[in-house]
Design a protein around this ligand. Structure first.
Ligand SMILES: Nc1nc2c(ncn2[C@@H]2O[C@H](COP(=O)(O)OP(=O)(O)OP(=O)(O)O)[C@@H](O)[C@H]2O)c(=O)[nH]1
Ligand SMILES: [Mg+2]
Length: 450
């Protein structure tokens, strides 16, 4: 699913990765590539246009945090836009109802996967502790009842049907009564496939809605039909004002356009995606996870997110400036530790930064180290922090006492700090020669390895 779109987006975004600044020119080029990728994936033209405009605006307006590269920032912006286009938050079924049973009506075009989905949903709800009943509301196709029965048996969910009854309202109403008498708290009503141009069938769907007043109407659409999915959704929505969309056959070579267009066009959330003919292949739709899947760069995204949320931009820039100028002292170091601490546990942090988790093996991260370091620096005077070279023997033992540590610990910290400064010198040289300072050569790395 989405392979081709993913690949193209990746290529487009990679082109930015060598750039030190985002400007009109390179962002313009990237947006052209992204636009083409989306259109090739059969995303609706208007949706594509809006998408690209939004990303461009945000990219040019955004403060780029220093510890994050411009390319990483754009990945994040594109990711957020994908999430947005697909509906933002995950939307649950509306089953919080006073009425028992709650009724879910399943509607859509012929062969879109309604019956298969109904069974998958029954299984999912059952797993969640609900007590579903499947109701065979396809009164037209002779084999429809048998198909649903077979599926129901395979998941141990009862199926209600009235053979030879041709009025779907009669079947549906009797199904609801039956569910009530059997203490089944959710009815899933599978309906006949209908063509949107078939006025009689569309009117029937409307009358089911009117009579049963379902808690939830789900519109099932085959994701393989691309743009047509959006048009169909529009027509069904005008007639039924449905509550959510189910995209089926996402296991096929769908280009993904429907997933990215439907929410924007009909303003209804995608609630499930179905991939496969087996009854257990139903996924709840999470826009955020889907965006990660499309971009394949989840780790970069969460890193930027964390950095945005917590790192104080001004402080970080000030520290970096001092690093470059080699004026970095223990006070700065302390400040940097505080900033990093805000980002959560070190382990989490390290796992989030691409490359860093390889540079620092898990067993080398010892959070208690940090506390010791903090305690020691806390026991120093401002003068000592600013000019560590004044810290002589008697100062060392005073600091050790004050922080509840040993003189060796203080020695160790000072030694590490000096080494770090040495290291920073070489980083500074790197920076001056034009090479980028990345998370990999932050002083933290060195420190944690000692
Ligand atoms: N690969 C794949 N096949 C699916 C999926 N969902 C359904 N199918 C297949 O698509 C065909 C139609 O599925 P149904 O569930 O019968 O569709 P329907 O909408 O109930 O069809 P009608 O009742 O005839 O309108 C069947 O062969 C299913 O096995 C899916 O997510 N992936
Ligand atoms: Mg069917």
């Amino acid at each position: 699913m989405f392979e081709s779109l993913s690949d193209k987006l990746e290529v487009a975004l990679k082109k930015l990765s060598g750039q030190s600044k985002i400007n009109e020119v390179n962002i313009g080029m990237a947006m052209r590539d992204i636009k083409r990728a989306l259109l090739d994936a059969d995303v609706n033209y208007k949706v594509t246009k809006g998408f690209v405009e939004d990303v461009r605006k945000k990219a040019l307006g955004e403060d780029v945090i220093k510890s994050v590269s411009p390319a990483q920032m754009i990945v994040k912006i594109v990711h957020d836009e994908l999430v947005d286009v697909m509906g933002g938050e995950q939307k649950d079924l509306n089953l919080l109802t006073q009425r028992t049973p709650a009724v879910i009506m399943v509607a859509g075009l012929q062969g879109s996967g309604k019956t298969t989905f109904s069974a998958k949903l029954a299984k999912l709800l059952q797993k969640k502790g609900r007590n579903p009943l499947l109701v065979a509301g396809d009164v037209y196709r002779p084999a429809a009842i048998d198909q649903l029965k077979t599926l129901g048996e395979s998941i141990d969910v009862p199926v209600f049907s009235i053979p030879d009854e041709k009025n779907v309202l009669t079947v549906a109403q009797a199904g609801v009564d039956f569910a009530r008498s059997e203490s089944r708290n959710v009815v899933i009503l599978d309906t006949a496939g209908r063509l949107q141009i078939d006025e009689e069938m569309m009117a029937e769907a409307e009358s089911i809605k009117k009579e049963l007043n379902p808690e939830e109407i789900l519109f099932v659409v085959d994701s393989m039909i691309g743009q047509e999915a959006v048009n169909t959704a529009k027509v069904f929505n005008e007639r039924l004002d449905f509550d959510g969309v189910v995209l089926t056959k996402m296991d096929g070579d769908t280009r993904g356009g429907a997933a990215l267009s439907i929410k924007q066009v009909v303003e209804k959330p995608i609630k499930f995606i179905s991939q496969g003919e087996k009854v257990d292949d139903l996924d709840i739709f999470y826009p955020d996870r889907m965006a990660n899947r499309i971009l394949g760069m989840g780790d970069v995204v969460s890193f930027v997110e964390k950095a945005q949320e917590t790192l104080d931009l001004e402080k970080t820039q000030k520290l970096q400036k001092r690093l470059i100028e080699n004026e970095f002292n223990l006070e700065d170091f302390f400040e940097q530790l505080q900033e990093l601490k805000k980002m959560g546990s070190l382990q989490n942090l390290v796992e989030m930064i691409p490359g860093l988790n390889k540079a620092i093996p898990k067993q080398d991260i010892d959070e208690s180290n940090l506390k010791v370091i903090e305690a020691i620096i806390n026991s120093m005077t401002i003068q000592e922090r600013q000019s560590p070279e004044v810290i002589n023997g008697s100062r060392r033992s005073r600091i050790a006492k004050g922080s509840g540590t040993k003189v060796q610990d203080v020695n160790m910290l000072l030694k590490q700090f000096m080494e770090m400064k040495k290291m920073m010198k070489s980083v500074t040289k790197m920076a001056k020669s034009g090479r980028k300072i990345t998370a990999n050569n932050l002083p933290l790395n060195k420190l944690m390895n000692n």
